[in-house]
Design a protein around this ligand. Structure first.
Ligand code: PBG
Length: 337
């Protein structure tokens, strides 16, 4: 049988895949260190670098250790870090009072980081859960997570963080109207230059488990406390609704919008990228990171290859910015390429 008939092989896409130089030249999506934000976990103390069980290579760090670590990230060219505090139980209450303490762990960390690395952007988390004795992102009363009462607290929290030097505040709570409320509160307090990165489409996902373990921030199993976050985080079945959230956030003044988690929500990233007039971020969350590490530890998948592929996919879907626990590893690899 002859294989020489070329009638059906006039078009040969493989020509553009033949050698690395051509592949590089026609590559449609690029991942740069400029796209990356590294999420980091804070804990009180000194000299503490406490490994997080389900997140190999991630640590709860005391301020001094984090300041040192941040120097490495800045040297790698990573533009920003997103901070999350692990708060001891005895400082938690139902209204997240510790989140408003200007001398609390979080504002002290922001001040130390900005003093040591003025050019490294600090993205601060605005939500009640790290400080809530109920383990919710808002105030719980009568079995309900209250919206507007929570806004008052979030507004104050954002101002405390801005006063400490946060460059970008990132509300992760999913209360209605919080972007506009925060914008107003920040402007009133003289922080019109502080940007808002909104967790616009944050899903009620099972992928946050390792993060909640790291902060001990899961909803408490108690009478009168909703056992999950489904009354405020989005239903994983919905995509149109993400567009509604995006429209509202843009109207309310969000400077950047975010989809979270990332890898299982690539269609949502694309939808928002197609409609948005602001940059779109995506958060590759703890469970995504843990799954990749677990599979690699078992020898089922290659860690480096999958980490890179997962991030390229998130970029291809349309994310301009990616929050990822792989940030430092990837930045190192991008530099040595
Ligand atoms: C809550 C918050 C969560 C994450 C960041 N901020 C999880 C939650 O809703 O409990 C998850 C991040 C991750 O899993 O990496 N405000």
């Amino acid at each position: 049988m002859s294989h020489s008939h070329a009638w059906n092989t006039f078009h040969r896409p493989r020509r553009l895949r033949r050698v690395d130089a051509i592949r590089r030249m026609v590559r449609e999506t690029r991942l740069s260190v400029d796209n990356l934000i590294a999420p980091l976990f804070l804990v009180e103390g000194e000299g503490i670098k406490d490994p997080i069980g389900a997140m190999p290579g991630q640590f709860r760090m005391s301020i001094d250790v984090m300041v040192e670590h941040a120097a490495d990230l800045a040297d790698l060219g990573i533009p920003g870090i997103a901070l999350f505090p692990a708060v001891p139980d005895d400082l938690k209450d139902t209204v997240g009072t510790e989140g408003l303490n200007p001398e609390g762990l979080f504002p002290r960390a922001i001040r130390a980081l900005k003093a040591a690395h003025p050019d490294l952007l600090v993205v601060s988390d605005v939500a009640l859960d790290p400080y809530s004795s109920d383990g919710h992102d808002g105030v719980v009363e009568g079995g309900v997570v209250l919206n507007d009462q929570t806004l008052d607290i979030l507004g104050k929290m954002a101002v405390v963080q801005a006063q400490a030097g946060a460059d970008i505040v990132a509300p992760s709570d999913m209360m209605d109207g919080r972007v506009g409320f925060l914008r107003h509160a920040l402007d009133e307090a003289g922080f019109s230059h502080v940007a808002i990165l909104s967790y616009t489409a944050k899903y009620a996902s099972a992928l946050y488990g390792p993060f909640r373990d790291a902060l001990d921030s899961a909803p408490r199993k108690r009478e009168g406390i909703p056992e999950d976050k489904q009354t405020y985080q989005m239903d994983p079945a919905n995509a149109m609704e993400a567009q509604r959230e995006a429209s509202l956030d843009q109207l309310e003044g969000a400077d950047m919008i975010m989809v979270k988690p990332a890898g299982m929500y690539l269609d949502v990233i694309r939808r928002l990228k197609d409609m948005a007039e602001v940059p779109v971020a995506a958060y590759q969350v703890s469970g995504e990171y843990s799954m990749i590490h677990a599979a690699a530890e078992k020898g089922y998948l290659s860690l480096d290859a999958i980490a890179m592929e997962s991030l390229i996919a998130i970029r291809r879907a349309g994310a301009d910015i990616i929050l990822t626990y792989f940030a430092a590893d990837i930045a190192r690899r991008l530099r040595s390429q």
